[in-house]
Each structure stands twice: as structure tokens, then as C-alpha cells.
Design a protein around this ligand. Structure first.
Ligand code: SAM
Ligand code: SF4
Length: 344
């Protein structure tokens, strides 16, 4: 990775106590942890076909990840989501889930997975304390699945969804990337499938963070998705706790048939209410999905740096967070890591 690594120094101005806040007043309580950059799919919008993965020795151990979470939980981080690459490619993931669930202050451990390896591990994940699960699925058509992911596996994903239901996960969210002309015609079959199986369907606007050549014209916008669903399935109304500033805007079918979420990162950026930071699989701290700089925490997590010093570095990094990603401006600069290597 060629991203510049920030000198983690200018922390003097960051508050030394209180919530994890930046200069725009955004309070951070949400941490995304990538546990691997490896994946058993090759989604075209996320990563290239040929990809060199990190040496496994570069990956943070579960103990190092837990050490980081213990350092930031006292700053107000209370929600954690495991992602990747494909997080279920990391052996013994339920062990990490239970380690993180036991950390004082961590109320909520979630997982985003492509579902391929979920069927055999759903129950162990649930038993370890995982409650929130998002399963990515862009199509119910085998041939289209193969085109989008460059691999087979649709039946495994469907089996994973059923196993997650069986294990007791509720709600189960299904994530689909929304690309004009490519996944546009999948909206209705996916939304119907979700209604039928009592799943929460979420459509994510295609973002310029993958390997594909992204153009704004390729984004199939949230508003268009809602129009399609209302025309072909049924009327929607903003959900009771609808928050226009939240990343996902949730809508409920007025006939009681379930919920649809829209993550309109491009047409309605939610940067001003962003509460997230990220830890990459090899231990780099990123204060934005689109960040152009990172802090390498691995030497600290592997060395003798105290928990207080790590916490101070995190405070400093959050304090320096920029206003937003600027996808919709000429100033936008794409990070040179693709989504799988950052942790989506
Ligand atoms: N492998 C897991 C999975 O696919 O769920 C977790 C990692 S993946 C990077 C996390 C999420 O990012 C997935 O829901 C995926 O669809 C989404 N994603 C990947 N590339 C994207 C892009 N260019 N725009 C929008 N969402 C993207
Ligand atoms: Fe793998 Fe998830 Fe990226 Fe697809 S979106 S290639 S499943 S990391």
C-alpha cells in the first residue's frame, strides 16, 4: 500500500478527555474493524480480478485487535463491526466476537459478510454474542452472480441467510450495491425476496472506492430505487425513527411488509453526521472510508506503547478528520486502496 502514513503527532489541540470528537463537533462511537483483506469473491465494484493479498503475518492478531478496542472503549466507542475482505475467511472469528463482546463499554458487535461461509458458522457467531449481521447479495440470478463476483456461490449465500435466521439473528440486513444498468433490474427481485423472508433490504449507492472505473452516471440513485419499489411492490413511508442525517434512511412498507434502507453516500452524503473510524486488517487507523492518510498502529499494538498513548493518538486522528469525502466535487481524490483492503 502506498498511502502516506501520518506522523501521529499533532494531538496537542485534541481534547484529552470527554467524547471522541472532531473539529466539526462530530462524536465518534462506531468502529469498523477489518480482520482480513482476503476474499473468496472478486466483486467487480470492489476489487480487481488479480490481487496481491497481505502477508498473513501483517494482520493484527485477535489479541492486538482487542487491545485496540480496550484502548478506545473508554473514549466512547461502543459499537464495533467486523468486516474485510471477507471476515469469515479469518479462522475462529467467533472467538474474536466473544473477546470483543466482553470488553466493558462495547454494547454491540456486528458483522458484514458475503455469506459464502456463513451457513456453518452462523450459530457459533450468534452464541459468541454477535447480534447485528449484514449479508451482501446483489442478485438472485446465478449467471449474474458469477458476472458480478467473478465466482460461483449464490446457493451458499442463500444457505447462509437461512442459517442466520435459524440461529436467531433478527433483523438480518441484506446489502446490495446499486449500479445503473448493472444491478438496477435486481432491485425488485431482491426487494421481493427480502419481503418474503422477513429480511431488511438495503441498497448502497455505488461509490468510487472499488477497482472499477467509477463514474457518477453509473450510480443508480436511492430516489430511483424507492420509485421502482413503490411502483412495483408497494407504498413506503419513512420509518418511525427516520433520521435524515443517518447513513441509512429507513422506509417501511405501509402494508407492514417490512423495511427498506437506502445508503445514499453519493446523492445524499452523510459526512456531517459521520461517527465512524476504521482499523484496517494490518492495524492502520483511518478516520474516513475515503481518507488519504492513515496512522500505523501496529508497532504500538505489538510494542510497549501504553493504552493511554494509543487513546491519545486516536483522539488526535479523529480531531484532524476532514469535513467530508467530496465525491460530488472536482476536488475528490480516490484513495489508492480498494474497498476490500480498507474494510467496507
Ligand atoms: N466481504 C464482505 C461483504 O461483501 O459483505 C465485507 C466487506 S465488503 C467491502 C462491505 C460492503 O461494501 C459490501 O456490502 C459491499 O457490497 C460494499 N461495497 C464494496 N465495494 C463497494 C462500492 N464500490 N460501492 C458501494 N459499496 C461497496
Ligand atoms: Fe469480497 Fe465483499 Fe469485496 Fe465482494 S464486496 S469482493 S465479497 S470484500
Amino acid at each position: 500500500m502506498n498511502l502516506p502514513v501520518l506522523d501521529p503527532l499533532p494531538i496537542d489541540e485534541a481534547p484529552r478527555e470527554g467524547p471522541l470528537i472532531d473539529t466539526f463537533g462530530r462524536i465518534h462511537n462506531n468502529l469498523r474493524i477489518s480482520v482480513t483483506d482476503r476474499c473468496n469473491l472478486r466483486c467487480t465494484y470492489c476489487m480487481p480480478e488479480e490481487v496481491a493479498f497481505m502477508d498473513k503475518r501483517e494482520l493484527l492478531s485477535f489479541e492486538e485487535i482487542a487491545r485496540f478496542v480496550k484502548a478506545v472503549a473508554p473514549l466512547g466507542i461502543n459499537k464495533v463491526r467486523l468486516t474485510g475482505g471477507e471476515p469469515l475467511m479469518r479462522r475462529e472469528l467467533p472467538r474474536l466476537v466473544s473477546m470483543l463482546s466482553e470488553i466493558p463499554g462495547i454494547h454491540d458487535v456486528g458483522l458484514t459478510t458475503n455469506g459464502i461461509l456463513l451457513a456453518p458458522s452462523a450459530q457459533a457467531l450468534f452464541d459468541a454474542g454477535l447480534r447485528r449481521i449484514n449479508i451482501s447479495l446483489d442478485t438472485l440470478n446465478h449467471e449474474h452472480f458469477r458476472q458480478l463476483t467473478r465466482r460461483d456461490g449464490l446457493d451458499d449465500v442463500i444457505a447462509g441467510i437461512h442459517a442466520a435466521k435459524q440461529a436467531g439473528f433478527h433483523p438480518i440486513k441484506i446489502n446490495a450495491v446499486s449500479i445503473r444498468g448493472i444491478t438496477e433490474h435486481e432491485v425488485i427481485p431482491l426487494a421481493r425476496f427480502a419481503r418474503q423472508h422477513h429480511l431488511e433490504m438495503r441498497f448502497i449507492e455505488y461509490m468510487p472506492i472499488g477497482a472499477d472505473l467509477w463514474e457518477r452516471d453509473k450510480v443508480y440513485f436511492g430516489r430511483e430505487i424507492l420509485d421502482q419499489i413503490e411502483t412495483h411492490i408497494g407504498a413506503l413511508a419513512p420509518a418511525a425513527k427516520y433520521d435524515p442525517k443517518a447513513p441509512a434512511q429507513d422506509f417501511d412498507y405501509i402494508d407492514g411488509g417490512g423495511r427498506v434502507g437506502i445508503i445514499a453516500s453519493v446523492s445524499r452524503p452523510f459526512c456531517m453526521s459521520c461517527n465512524r473510524l476504521r482499523l484496517t486488517a494490518e492495524g492502520r487507523l483511518r478516520n474516513c472510508l475515503f481518507a488519504l492518510t492513515e496512522i500505523d498502529l501496529k508497532p504500538m499494538l505489538r510494542g510497549k506503547t501504553s493504552q493511554d498513548e494509543i487513546a491519545a493518538i486516536v483522539r488526535g486522528n479523529v480531531w484532524q478528520k476532514w469535513e467530508g469525502h467530496e465525491i460530488n466535487t472536482a476536488r475528490f481524490m480516490k484513495p489508492d486502496r480498494t474497498m476490500h483492503a480498507i474494510g467496507g
